[in-house]
Design a protein around this ligand. Sequence first.
Ligand code: PAF
Length: 280
Amino acid sequence: MDIVHTIADVRQQVRDWQRAGLSVGFVPTMGNLHAGHISLVDAARQHADRVVASIFVNPTQFGPNEDFDAYPRTLNADAEQLRSAQCNLLFAPSVDEMYPDKNLTWVDVDALGDHLCGSSRPGHFRGVTTVVSKLLNIVSPDIACFGEKDFQQLAVIRRMVKDLFMPVQIIAVATHREPNGLAMSSRNGYLSAEEKQQAAQINKVLQALSAAIHAGNHNYRALESEHSQTLEASGFKVDYLNIANADTLAPATSPDSRLVIAVAAKLGVTRLIDNVTLVV
Ligand code: PAF
């Protein structure tokens, strides 16, 4: 696996592959890789002849009081994992490479980005869609893989690709979980061993909510408040726990059939997100 740091180098390699008739899969990441990221690489390998991963901690998707500076940068260990997963090329640009001038062009997906994490992390999705547009323009892959754990990110990116006629197929990859149900995340590294056990409660609450809805309880606002209280009582500070329409991400009402139950909650200093989807 080659590691390149410039846009020119990644473009050259991808052009050579595409000229040789090989398809290219892309896995964008912010590094500090775990088994969930590797499952994205595995999915990309199943859909394409060559796989490019990127590692870039994107400053424009972090709010002023968020963990941009503290976000773990573990390039050497990440490169080892990608090599073992048979990734073909790692693109690890600097901030200056991705944002050489003051950035004046932003990609913003209306409405979908306003709900869930959009309300508590203003500007976050604008940063994500802007950097993902840049990365897709640089790599020009045939397919790109994103995890379902970031359900809203996936929805926003799918919509951006559709609205802007981007010639790439977005592949959704199921959330990778610890044996106790905790969704894998680079931020899990901030959790103590005890918090890691406690954090499993998030998925238990999602499963309980899903079971209640399947059993016929469609009183969504009451369910949200009851289960938020359960999480608060277990030591979480709940940012949101929403039962939403899986297509619009707006609060679900009883005629909606495709639902997502999405949660963001802080345990100590760590903000965790998770979701389940269901059809009623
Ligand atoms: O999911 C992530 O790791 C990031 O939001 C992404 C898609 C790599 C954009 O920076």
